[in-house]
Design a protein around this ligand. Structure first.
Ligand code: GLN
Length: 202
């Protein structure tokens, strides 16, 4: 099993470090930086990191990633988006409005946690396969303003959803790659592993 981290812009290196701490049944997980669409064929799941969603979108457009990711998603391969990655995977994006893939039925508002509090860390609890305490780091984070009925909310901050899953799509408004706990990455790898065994061989 191999996990790709989209490495066009943003904190992809931290995600690779988090993946390096993951153990699935005692085994490490292989990861690779993705810069070309052809590489998507080699991986079983993809992480879209935080960064600047407008810049990421531009680079993805330049390098043909929009149709390539639509194909990747249609093939049932899981995608995990953090912060800017969440913004890209959402259905509607506000402030300002911009293109999003619409792979998960949530609407987000960019940079919506207020100026003075652009970045903060707070203790929280995430519902992985069991509830787990986790420090949640928010950096100019988007706010999930709406989550559709098919979406499972996995963590909240002040009663608002900050982590969610729908089918093969996992999103977080915060940055689990910036804490030492690899729990969220481990959860995503389990999603990918389960999906992989469920898919017919290529
Ligand atoms: N504010 C950024 C955006 O709107 C996201 C910030 C992040 O990914 N840490 O794209």
């Amino acid at each position: 099993m191999k996990i790709g981290v989209l490495a066009l812009q943003g904190d992809f290196d931290q995600h690779r470090k988090a993946l390096a701490r993951v153990r699935l049944a005692g085994e490490p997980v292989e990861s690779v930086e993705i810069r070309k669409t052809e590489q998507l064929d080699e991986i079983d799941g993809l992480i879209i990191p935080g960064g600047e969603s407008t810049t990421l979108l531009k680079l993805m457009g330049d390098w043909g990633f929009v149709p390539a990711l639509e194909k990747f998603h249609a093939a049932g391969k899981p995608i995990f988006g953090t912060c800017a990655g969440l913004i890209l995977l959402a259905k509607e994006v506000d402030r300002p409005k911009q293109f999003a893939f619409g792979f998960i039925d949530v609407d987000v508002e960019r940079n919506a946690y207020g100026r003075q509090r652009e970045s903060f860390a707070t203790p929280g609890v995430v519902e992985l396969d069991a509830p787990r305490p986790l420090e949640m780091v928010f950096i100019r984070a988007p706010r999930i303003r709406r989550a559709g009925p098919g979406v499972t909310v996995m963590a909240r901050h002040r009663d608002e959803p900050v982590m969610a899953r729908e089918g093969t799509i996992l999103v977080a408004a915060f940055h689990p790659e910036l804490t030492h706990d690899p729990g969220v990455h481990e959860y995503f790898c389990r999603m990918v592993a389960r999906r992989r065994t469920a898919l017919p061989p290529a």
